[in-house]
Design a protein around this ligand. Structure first.
Ligand SMILES: *[C@@H]1O[C@H](CO)[C@@H](O)[C@H](O)[C@H]1NC(C)=O
Length: 310
């Protein structure tokens, strides 16, 4: 029953979102958002405008938690054309909606009514788009940073074919150590460490193949290690990939906190936002994991070797 209830809730949100789009466009106009966006969203006037939204080159940043996604989004946020804004956990509900869409009653009803999968996906895409739009002010290039984004590369690409994706990859041991340190205090036992490493691996098992299938023109893998060791070169490559002009602001993003970089009360990590790009956390786990067993890690976490970290 819970399953069905939450489905209807999720579906209702989508429907609601759809029907209030027009109304809210007027609302956001009052709040001074980019006017072009409103015209595009004026669905009652011209149906083709919707296609313009689907043709926008959105930017999606993702990767395992504590892998530098906040740093990446702060760097892009200082560019005059781009706004990512803080995390809003939108993709977290997608898994639920996907599952619920398999619900036979809904499937039968939507299929019988001639609503195919493309329509349902686009509805979810518009739902996300509308939230992205309201999460930031005046962006030519809307951007979304969520660790989970990259689990949905193919979904977003199917709805927004011109969108681009940045998948941040960091040594899972550093990321796992940071997660434990940040959320679980001092439990640096090996078994605990291994648990987060498995989680790290399962994220990249989902996102990496999607990134590869999407192709280099649309999905770029950025190594956290390269970003902090060679920021200028790495950011240049990223800017080129995203068709953005270089700005020296990229290298001192921390000076634009609360100006270009919108900060949420719920920000998972302020470290990447506040500080100059630095290499301090490289190798943070070394010597800090009780009974660290590299042989076991080699056996169990195959992707560490795959990504060249072992
Ligand atoms: C959905 O449709 C199929 C095929 O028409 C039918 O066999 C099934 O009973 C329907 N399921 C529900 C829950 O209505």
């Amino acid at each position: 029953m819970f399953f069905q209830k939450s489905f209807f809730k999720a579906f209702l949100i989508i429907l609601l979102c759809d029907s209030i789009l027009y109304f809210n466009i007027k609302e956001s106009e009052k709040r001074g958002h980019d006017e072009i966006k409103h015209e595009k969203l004026d669905l009652s006037e011209n149906k083709n405008d919707l296609d313009e939204i689907f043709q926008e080159p959105l930017i999606f940043i993702g990767g395992y938690v504590s892998s530098g996604t906040s740093l990446m989004r702060s760097i892009l946020d200082v560019h005059p054309d781009v706004k990512c804004g803080p995390e809003i956990k939108i993709p977290n509900m997608f898994a639920q909606v996907e599952k619920l869409r398999e619900n036979e009653i809904i499937k039968n009803a939507t299929e019988s009514a001639g609503l195919d999968d493309t329509i349902l996906k686009r509805a979810l895409g518009l739902y996300s788009y509308y939230i992205f739009l309201n999460n930031v002010d005046n962006a030519k290039r809307l951007c979304s940073k969520e660790p989970f984004n990259l689990n949905y590369i193919e979904f977003f690409k199917s709805v927004f074919p011109k969108s681009k994706f940045i998948l941040i990859v960091r040594d899972g041991r550093e990321a796992a150590f940071s997660v434990i340190k940040r959320w679980y205090g001092e439990k640096y036992e090996f078994e605990n460490f291994l648990k987060f490493l498995s989680e790290w691996e399962s994220w990249y098992e989902i996102s990496y193949p999607q990134c590869v299938r999407t192709g280099r023109d649309y999905c770029k893998i950025v190594r956290y290690e390269n970003l902090v060791r060679n920021p200028r070169e790495t950011i240049k490559e990223i800017a080129h990939f995203l068709d953005l002009e270089w700005t020296d602001k990229f290298l001192k993003h921390y000076e634009f906190l609360d100006k270009d970089i919108k900060v949420s009360k719920n920000e998972p990590s302020l470290y990447g936002l506040k500080n100059e790009i630095n290499t301090k956390s490289l190798g943070n786990w070394i010597g800090n994991i009780k009974n660290y067993d590299e042989k076991k890690i080699r056996e169990k976490i195959k992707m560490l070797e795959f990504f060249g970290y072992l």
